[in-house]
Design a protein around this ligand. Structure first.
Ligand SMILES: [Zn+2]
Length: 59
């Protein structure tokens, strides 16, 4: 990590139902939980805002 904004995939857990799924760190559209539909990621014109628990970074 040298301050570069590198796009990655994040493993997140839905705060409502506990479902775990992968999301793109620079998503350009809203990502919702595949199980309950809760909004997990909001696009912010760059790095997306993660609205739920981040478990880790993948790749
Ligand atoms: Zn959910």
């Amino acid at each position: 990590m040298q301050g570069k904004k590198r796009a990655t995939f994040l493993k997140v857990r839905c705060n409502d139902c506990g479902n775990e799924q992968l999301v793109y760190s620079h998503a350009s559209s809203v990502i919702k939980c595949q199980v309950c539909g809760k909004t997990l990621v909001m696009p912010r014109g760059g790095k997306a805002e993660i609205k739920t628990t981040i478990l880790g970074v993948v790749g």
